[in-house]
Design a protein around this ligand. Structure first.
Ligand code: UT7
Length: 335
């Protein structure tokens, strides 16, 4: 264990989204809805969904390779893989699947965390502790979700929201004394578990309970989630900034979890941020769970909306209920 804290560097960020686009108009073939209804309540116009055999591991592999290439590190130098997934294709374990796909020979620890849409910030918080303490140097975080295969496509209140996608970050020990995570905080309140759930639908031994179990799907009380998040998140993000010793003027951009544009606007209004400082891309991807923040970072940098060398607030929330926030520096060259 190091005597003093080892600073963390965000070395590379990558993402991958599937090719197949499903628009709001397409969804009218499934149930009674309209582009106007969906767009006005959520800000979503279309989402990307996996097709054929494509799955969250494929997306995660591509996002991981993208992040690793940008970080400039050799995959063999990674010494931990954390997979954040709430809609995995393989419960034992997405992290190990990514390890295999990357062709890494070293037998490094790889494991999954499940904090739903807060997974990327939870993973970043774990990685920060392990790097700051000196236990690990180079950690890959892969957030990848296959929401489309866990949705009830007859439930028009829930299935309109989600899309598939993956994002990845390589974080390393920093050699210039600067920690790119200025502040990070993660929270949960299990008393609100009923707002979004995905019950396990395995069958018991037939000698104990002979029954048929229907495959389970994501169940969401949309109005309840909205009310809960709008109540806690704006103040939470405001306090995160204040507690870090910064002011809102020090923040260049807000890059929030992309779940609902009205929730993002509530945070924006609380912080009194102009539109150009608030990044949204859910119009084209819907809610890609834990992947939404890294996808939004890389895409907004590529589009010139976010300049590297800036200070950014990340915040997210998800099933559990979980939530979290981080103030990070985005260095030149990381995406
Ligand atoms: O990581 C997960 C994060 N989850 C969220 O962020 C969810 C946040 N919540 C929301 O985004 C909104 O609650 C929704 C967009 C999901 C739903 O909007 P809402 O304004 O809360 O609608 P509602 O569920 O209260 O439903 C209002 C009406 C209902 O009809 P009645 O009972 O008033 O006749 C629904 O049946 O709208 C109906 N409805 C729809 N109508 C057309 C529900 N979904 C649809 C639909 N198209 N897709």
């Amino acid at each position: 264990m190091a005597d003093k804290l080892i600073p963390l560097k965000i070395a590379g960020i990558g993402y991958c989204v599937p090719e197949t686009v499903v628009t709001n108009d397409d969804l009218t073939k499934l149930y009674e809805t309209s582009d106007e209804w969906i767009y006005s309540r959520t800000g979503i116009k279309e989402r990307r969904l996996v097709s054929g055999n494509e799955n969250a591991i494929d997306l995660g592999e591509k996002a991981a390779k993208d992040a690793i290439a940008k970080s400039g590190i050799d995959p063999e130098d990674l010494d931990m893989i954390i997979a954040a997934s709430a809609a995995p294709i393989e419960i034992y374990s997405m992290g190990c699947q990514i390890h295999k796909r990357l062709g890494i020979k070293k037998q490094v620890p790889a494991f999954d965390i499940s904090a739903a849409c807060s997974g990327l910030i939870y993973g970043l918080s774990i990685a920060k502790g392990l790097i700051n303490s000196g236990m690990y140097k180079n950690i890959l975080i892969v957030a990848t979700d296959n929401n489309s295969k866990l949705l009830d496509w007859t439930d028009r209140g829930t299935s309109i929201l989600f899309g598939d996608g993956a994002g990845a970050m390589v974080v390393t020990a920093s050699d210039d004394g600067v920690d790119d995570i200025i502040s990070i905080d993660i929270r949960s309140d299990g008393n609100y578990d009923h707002l979004i759930s995905l019950p396990f639908s395995g069958k018991n031994c037939p000698l104990v309970e002979p029954n048929d179990v229907l495959p389970s799907t994501i169940k969401m009380n949309g109005r309840g989630v909205y009310a809960f998040v709008v109540k806690i998140l704006p103040n939470y993000v405001d306090n995160l900034i204040k507690n870090s010793g910064l002011t809102v003027d020090d923040i260049d951009y807000l890059i929030p979890h992309q779940a609902n544009v009205r929730i993002i606007q509530a945070v924006q209004e609380r912080l009194n941020l102009p539109d150009e400082k608030v990044i949204t891309n859910l119009k084209y991807y819907g809610n890609t769970s834990a992947a939404s923040i890294p996808i939004a970072i890389v895409e907004s940098v590529a589009q010139g909306k976010v300049k590297l060398g800036s200070k950014v607030v990340l915040c997210g929330f998800g099933a559990g209920m979980t939530w979290g926030g981080a103030i990070v520096r985005l260095r030149e060259g990381i995406c």
